[in-house]
Design a protein around this ligand. Structure first.
Ligand SMILES: [Cu+2]
Length: 114
């Protein structure tokens, strides 16, 4: 009886710990290149996704220029994400950055375009 109770409690605790993580089953993580220079670029690139409610996590590496993004595939798509970044003026593997937005970037952020 005691053992059953213990097992049940353990199982419940385990389940609670798992469901506590808010990663939906439809979540997906993708990695792609975004051209940029510095920490300010990082803010702009990651900030361009702020209004996208499907984004779970977004991180752009200033050194490797790799964008790692976790998103809910039911709410957004990889090309939606890449398009938002391009609209902020940043070239990426899928889209060429918006020229007007690029021209408005800080001098140090005007990365060398391909
Ligand atoms: Cu910059």
């Amino acid at each position: 009886m005691k053992l059953t109770f213990f097992l049940l409690t353990a199982a419940l605790a385990f389940f609670a710990a798992c469901s506590g993580v808010s990663t939906p089953p439809s979540a997906k993580t993708a990695e792609f290149k975004v051209w940029g220079n510095c920490g300010m670029c990082k803010k702009t690139i990651e900030g361009s996704l702020k209004e996208n409610t499907g984004i779970l996590k977004a991180d752009w590496d200033t050194k490797t220029k790799q964008m790692t993004v976790s998103f809910d595939t039911l709410k957004t798509s990889l090309s939606d994400i890449q398009l938002s970044i391009a609209k902020a003026g940043y070239d990426n593997v899928a889209f060429v950055g918006d020229s007007a937005a690029y021209a408005g970037l800080h001098e140090c952020c005007q990365y060398t375009r391909k």
